[in-house]
Design a protein around this ligand. Structure first.
Ligand SMILES: [Zn+2]
Ligand SMILES: [Zn+2]
Length: 302
């Protein structure tokens, strides 16, 4: 590989430096608490980190408290699942005001649509299997902040003795290929962008070149449309973006004046991703903070 190639496809920061802007905790599908997450970032000598649980900011208070106690800089964030045409897109929203009515409304609407979707699936399943909506609700152990979904249906089927464990249920009735399956409703990328910008945040597309996750990626044109509407940047340094995608994304970022970020997508024990394996420079983080403050002064500060 030539020097130029190396510079083009590798994050300019080594492991354990800079900021890790993509980390999940028990508030979504990670295995560790926000405090454990902050402790780990500190042990690894990171400059700072972001909490980015899926479709929720419920972990922000705990993360902020831990960051404050340990003297670790923290960006509050959320990884929001959205839809752009046929493409399912993950978007990292940082430093938005969670009390903003537009973004709070967007989250509430998504939660309601997902609840309806799960209920409808259960109605269909209950025609053929002995489970009720109440049986599914009984399986929710994480409290009211959790979105009821397929894992809870699976647990109810296990409880009813239909399957031996959750993964068997996921291979059967709960599979996305099953006749009972309905897709998870999500807002469009444009709705998410509008809401995050309204709430004074900065929006970055997560792993936009993840060929292993998506059959179809966002096109240059789709990214350009979002850039014109005020998109903040692209998460280029992520293990799921292969080198040719990184080159494409860097060129798009340059063309549209987008920030380039990196993150590990850490999930604790839940995935092999190591915290800090990809990162973002302090300089880029400062630009994210500037952008957020420019759109609404210090809305995110406590
Ligand atoms: Zn993601
Ligand atoms: Zn993620």
């Amino acid at each position: 590989m030539t020097h130029e190639d190396t510079a083009t496809v590798s994050s300019p920061f080594g492991v354990g430096a800079g900021w890790d802007l993509h980390c999940h905790t028990v508030f979504s599908d990670g295995t560790e608490t926000p405090r454990r997450m902050v402790e780990q970032a500190q042990q690894q000598g990171l400059e700072g980190l972001a909490i980015t649980d899926h479709d929720t900011n419920a972990g922000w208070d705990q993360a902020r408290q831990a960051a404050h106690d340990l003297g670790m800089p923290l960006l509050p964030g959320t990884e929001i699942t959205a839809q752009d045409g046929r493409v399912s897109v993950h978007m990292l929203a940082y430093l938005y005001d969670p009390k903003d009515p537009v973004i709070a409304g967007l989250f509430a609407k998504t939660r309601e649509a997902r609840l309806t979707r799960t209920r409808t699936m259960v109605e269909r399943i209950s025609q053929d299997y002995p489970i009720t909506w109440q049986d599914v609700l009984d399986q929710v152990k994480e409290g009211s902040k959790t979105t009821v979904g397929r894992p809870h249906i699976a647990d109810a089927l296990v409880k009813a003795g239909i399957y031996g464990d959750r993964s068997q249920a996921f291979a059967g009735v709960c599979s996305s290929k099953s006749a009972y399956y309905l897709p998870t409703p999500s807002p469009t990328t444009h709705q998410v962008l509008e809401a995050v910008n309204h709430a004074g945040g900065v929006l970055i597309i997560a792993h936009p070149g993840a060929v292993s996750r998506n059959a179809v990626l966002l096109s240059d044109r789709q990214i350009a449309a979002l850039a014109r509407e005020g998109l903040g940047g692209l998460e280029v340094w992520h293990r799921d973006n292969p080198p040719e995608q990184r080159r494409r994304l860097l060129a798009l970022a340059q063309r549209w004046g987008l920030l380039v970020t990196g993150g590990s997508d850490w999930h604790g024990q839940g995935k092999p991703n190591r915290m800090g394996e990809n990162s973002t420079s302090g300089e880029v983080v400062a630009r994210i903070v500037d952008k957020a403050q420019g759109s609404r002064p210090a809305a995110w500060r406590n």
